[in-house]
Write a protein that binds this ligand. Structure first.
Ligand code: CO
Ligand code: CO
Ligand code: CO
Length: 340
């Protein structure tokens, strides 16, 4: 670990630094659109990445993600930023091929740290066979880093967050709680073993999960990132016109996450997510306040949320043991999300 604390000077960490979803909703509605038949997925459906057909058997999957540090070790921060940026390509069923880096760094900042951030990112990008073509940097008091990633997918075989069907099982592929652990870290109250577990989760690519899903009948898929489990479930439920029922007892939390939520390690991003999405959530059971908070916790480099037939879900859990069932898809009844 570096003795300089990367997280000490950032206002909010990782995906918790996203603009509030309620602000984005208002502003994006006023942005001019251009119709183009090659756009298979644009920004109308709040999906993970855009999809653009370039030939009968190839479409581009394009996404960009960057944020301030949520950990203090520069190499690890670079690796997390890369895993997080690649994730939106995997969530669409694509294969990443090229990346461009985006960097904001203090002009008088430490150059060893910068080199390590870039090395951590490059190693992670290369891990999946993707290449870095270049990038852009600006002088900024607050460090921010990430990538624009391009992938490819067959124009008839990409996954969106709008295809969930009643009767489907709902699967998730990582533990939840990176936001509260990062907030606890920033406040100096996180145990090293809990930080390590969160880091291990954040640097893990969604590649293996996406590969395990490739031969299955995926109806809908998204990665759970800045808007939290509720925000991304809401997008899937509303986009698919279904109700998503999540069993709170089935969710696997990162070690320490519940304790830190109980101790009040709640980010502004979490509160923004709750303000935005809670009117779409119906509680069908008594739920502890700290668990309720964690449902809205912004995830950095979170797992894949997948809607698929029960039998395919069983196959997935057998072949990819990190995947677990968190609920099911119902016909729309009342609110888009039920917590049971
Ligand atoms: Co996403
Ligand atoms: Co994203
Ligand atoms: Co099917």
């Amino acid at each position: 670990m570096s003795d300089r604390k990367l997280t000490a000077h950032v206002k909010s960490a990782g995906c918790a630094a996203k603009l509030s979803p309620s602000i984005l909703d208002v502003v994006l509605a006023g942005v001019p659109r251009m119709r183009n038949d090659s756009v298979l997925v644009g920004f109308d459906t709040s999906d993970d990445a855009g999809v653009y057909r370039i030939s009968a058997d190839c479409a581009l999957v394009q996404t960009v993600d960057f944020f301030p540090p949520m950990v203090d070790d520069p190499y690890t921060f670079g690796a997390i930023a890369a895993a997080n940026a690649l994730s939106d390509v995997y969530a669409m069923g694509g294969r990443p091929i090229t990346a461009l880096s985006i960097l904001a760094y203090p002009g008088k900042g430490d150059l060893d740290d910068l080199e390590k951030i870039l090395a951590g990112g490059a190693d992670k990008i290369h891990e999946c066979g993707c290449v870095i073509l270049g990038g852009h940097s600006i002088n900024d008091d607050e460090i921010k880093f990430g990538y624009a990633v391009t992938g490819t997918v067959h124009p008839e075989r990409y996954w969106t967050n709008t295809g969930a069907r009643p009767g489907d099982a709902l699967i998730f592929t990582k533990r939840i709680g990176t936001g509260v652990v990062a907030t606890a870290l920033k406040r100096g109250m996180a145990a090293q073993e809990h930080i390590n577990a969160a880091i291990q989760s954040m640097v893990t690519l969604n590649r293996a999960a996406a590969e395990a899903l490739a031969s299955l009948d995926v109806h809908s898929c998204t990665d759970v990132t800045g808007f939290g489990l509720m925000g991304h479930s809401r997008e899937m439920a509303m986009g698919s016109n279904v109700t998503i029922e999540i069993e709170q007892g089935a969710i696997r939390w990162l070690p320490g996450a519940i304790d830190y939520a109980l101790a009040g390690a709640i980010s502004t991003g979490l509160n923004n997510n709750r303000d935005f999405a809670s009117s779409c959530v119906q509680m069908k059971t008594d739920i502890a306040p700290e668990i309720e908070s964690l449902l809205y916790d912004p995830q950095t480099s979170g797992g894949l949320l997948v809607s698929l037939p029960e039998n395919d879900a069983k196959t997935l859990m057998r072949e990819f043991p990190a995947a677990y069932r968190i609920g099911r898809v119902l016909e729309r009844q009342g609110k888009p999300i039920h917590i049971s």
